[in-house]
Design a protein around this ligand. Structure first.
Ligand SMILES: [Zn+2]
Length: 216
């Protein structure tokens, strides 16, 4: 797992902060399902190990040096998670697709995803959804009531694990930004879709020249 720090001195670089073990699918009853649950839980434990200090600071604050002899109390917040690929929803313990409510932010039905219904759909309730994560995880841990767990996963588009990011202040506490911080890298998405549509180097070159001209 790599993170990129952009508000530090010097060049912004990618840092490797953890290695996530590969969880293989074993030959056992419901092997695929069990492996999926294990992968979700391993990912969330790694996330917790990486961010636990920052998550604690988001509640208690930490002393940030300012100037020569002064410090201020700072409270870190997560305001944006760029999630360009469906499988990146795993960070939030959400399924990548194939469920009733596939949107990360709202409860629009899959069949209405490309209609105006998206604009008026009910927003995901953070606490309610986290309670369902807890219930599904407990059922998975004790191997109980599989139909109920599968129904929870399917209805809410979630995995049977608890998203460690929910431990951050501001995400699962007011103003409850856990599902509102999900976003796309607009330039990345635009370029990807345009290049796949046009599939031409000439187009990229002319676009780069245009951007260069616009910036100078
Ligand atoms: Zn939505």
């Amino acid at each position: 797992m790599r993170i990129r720090l952009v508000n530090v001195e010097g060049d912004a670089e990618w840092f490797t902060v953890a290695y996530i073990p590969v969880v293989k699918t074993l030959k056992e009853p419901r092997g695929d399902e069990r492996a999926r649950i294990r992968r979700s839980n391993v990912l969330q434990r790694v996330m917790y190990l990486i961010f636990r200090t920052t998550a604690a600071a988001s509640h208690k604050g930490f002393e940030l040096p300012v100037g020569e002899d002064q410090t201020v109390m700072a409270f870190p917040r997560i305001l944006l998670y760029i999630c360009d690929q469906p499988e990146e929803r795993a960070i939030l313990c959400m399924k990548s697709g194939g469920t009733t409510y596939p949107c990360s932010s709202c409860k629009v039905a899959a069949r209405d995803m490309v209609s105006a219904a998206e604009l008026t759909a009910e927003e995901r309730d953070v606490l309610q959804t986290l309670e369902k994560h807890l219930e599904a995880t407990e059922l998975a841990n004790f191997g109980e009531d599989r139909p109920r767990r599968v129904a929870l996963e399917s209805q809410e588009s979630i995995n049977s694990a608890i998203p460690s990011l929910a431990s951050f202040a501001g995400l699962s506490t007011p103003p409850f930004l856990l599902y509102k911080m999900v976003g796309f890298d607009v330039l990345h998405v635009s370029l990807d879709s345009l290049t796949s549509l046009l599939d031409t180097k000439d187009f990229l070159l002319s676009l780069t020249e245009s951007l260069y001209c616009a910036c100078t």
